[in-house]
Design a protein around this ligand. Structure first.
Ligand code: BGC
Length: 502
């Protein structure tokens, strides 16, 4: 047995495993489309911030520097206002995701998704019509509230509705739609980049994924757990029958949910206090560590700034956007790899395999950039080296796509007991946004000062997180949500926290 892992292969994956039904597949696909709005935003902001008319209207100082910058290729886009434009969304998202803990418990996962979609829609409309920086930032704050709500509610929704044996695969749908949003946004940026008001279209078109996901969320029913928690037992039964198939007897599963909900209600406390109890230490550590680690893989730096980065390292305007599209497509395809194997080989295998690959790529990017641009970054990079950087980044994006991308949404949504599940997911999303904020706020400055060393910084983190997974993350594949406590009880390190409480 590997350190920190447990084999559950020989045991049936729970009594209420359910089959894959058409209805559960459609429901989960519809729910997962919530990822579209987040992905669209990630993709669009990176591209729009390289569009000359956009910079001219809102950030003229960056444009001035761009035309003067002949000296150091790493520093062209180092502007605090420009990064504030991108990052304001994350601060708003952070606040919203913490609020969403109570909201999803009170109104359900589905309604939180609907609310998130509507808020995002409003933000997209304001951004498309922006006349000044203030409107731009206000729009982004609303977009932030939108993704704060949906990123909190959707992974939990997917984990609660999916049959336990295939929970991993269903949950990767969220990341798949994030990736789809990124690619769609990159393509739109490519098409609009040449028009003087193209940025308006790019930002305004965020209304489309918002309408798609909000309509979808209105059509699905809430999760059985959430309905039981809110005392809607008959609706919960209907939702279960829909998810597990009409031929299946759902009485046992429903009775178990009711029992868990009653236990949770009897011990009802403030969930943000509950989560601090010693018995939830392993869960809490994971809900903080996993999203933090996801961000310090450096993925957003690549995703937000791929076009900027490629321009900085020698690609022209068009080719920088094409490079970003290629990167997005590679990432998207690799998520499907995760969908295919996450419930067969497990989460740990993907984390370790993906992490190793990403580590190698980050180190290699640093070496190529150091060799190609010189230590000061003043040498012009050759086309060949720029392509080498692109290839390495593609392999890196593939590694992310089958490991830290989807699994960082999956793990926090599946490890918590019902009574603090929404809170655990809120903490996780808040940490994700907070880390994204800090990194995006500092990355361009870091790139400007540390140059290729920036990539070594992320490589170091990837090594740390891979070792962390090896020693501390138990395997969760196939375990029904309500039996998840067993993985901690049998873990070489975490058992001391959970056993003492029995
Ligand atoms: C991450 C984002 C990232 C995206 C890239 C998501 O899972 O949370 O921060 O930009 O994947 O596709």
């Amino acid at each position: 047995m590997a350190v920190g892992s447990f084999q559950f292969d020989d045991r049936p994956a729970g009594d209420f495993n359910g089959k894959i039904t058409v209805s559960v597949v459609i429901t989960c696909i519809v729910a997962a489309t919530s990822g579209l709005i987040f992905g669209y935003d990630i993709g669009i902001s990176g591209g729009v911030t390289t569009m000359v008319p956009f910079l001219k209207k809102f950030f003229p100082s960056v444009l001035k520097r761009k035309s003067e910058a002949k000296t150091n290729i790493y520093c062209v886009y180092d502007s605090q206002v420009l990064t504030a434009f991108t990052s304001s969304l994350y601060i708003a998202g952070l606040a919203a995701s913490l609020g969403a803990s109570r909201l999803t418990a009170a109104v359900g996962r589905k309604n939180t998704m609907v609310l998130g979609g509507c808020t995002f829609l409003a933000g997209a409309a304001i951004n498309g019509a922006a006349a000044n920086v203030e409107m731009l930032i206000l729009g982004r704050i609303l977009l932030g509230f939108g993704v704060g709500f949906t990123n909190q509610a959707t992974p939990v929704y997917l984990s609660e509705v999916a049959p336990p044996k295939w929970r991993g695969a269903f949950n990767t749908g969220f990341q798949f739609f994030i990736g789809t949003g990124v690619v769609a946004a990159n393509c739109i940026n490519f098409a609009t980049a040449k028009h003087s008001s193209g940025w308006r279209l790019s930002l305004g078109l965020a209304t489309v994924p918002a309408v798609i996901m909000t309509t979808g969320a209105l059509l699905i029913s809430d999760t059985p757990s959430s309905l039981v928690e809110r005392g809607k037992i008959e609706q919960a039964r209907k939702s279960l029958i829909k998810a597990r198939g009409t031929g299946n007897n759902v009485d046992g599963e429903l009775a178990a949910l009711v029992k868990y909900s009653e236990v949770a209600k009897a011990a009802r406390q403030e969930p943000f206090v509950n989560i601090l109890e010693r018995q939830y230490r392993p869960h809490l550590v994971m809900s903080i560590a996993i999203p933090f680690f996801q961000q310090v893989t450096g993925i957003n730096i690549i995703a937000f700034y791929a076009p900027v980065l490629f321009q900085s390292v020698g690609f022209g305007n068009d080719s920088a956007l094409i490079a970003a599209i290629i990167l997005g497509v590679v990432n998207l395809c690799s998520i499907l790899v995760s969908t295919g194997v996450v419930d067969r080989y497990g989460r740990r295998f993907l984390f370790i395999f993906g992490g190793t690959l990403m580590f190698i790529c980050q180190v290699a990017v640093a070496v190529v950039l150091a060799a190609a641009t010189g230590v000061s970054g003043n040498k012009q990079i050759s086309k060949g080296c720029a392509i080498a950087v692109l290839v390495l980044m593609c392999i890196y994006a593939a590694g992310f796509g089958w490991s830290w991308g989807p699994l960082s949404w999956l793990i926090p949504s599946e490890i918590f007991p019902m009574k603090i599940r929404p809170t655990g997911q809120s903490v996780s999303v808040a940490i994700n946004f907070a880390t994204t904020f800090v990194l995006s706020q500092t990355f361009l400055t870091m790139l400007c000062h540390f140059k290729f060393g920036t990539f070594l910084f992320y490589a170091g983190w990837i090594a740390v997180m891979t070792i962390f997974v090896i020693f501390f993350l138990p395997e969760t594949k196939g375990i029904p949500l309500d039996s998840m406590y067993a993985v901690w009880e049998r873990h070489w390190y975490w058992q001391r926290f959970v056993r003492e409480q029995r």
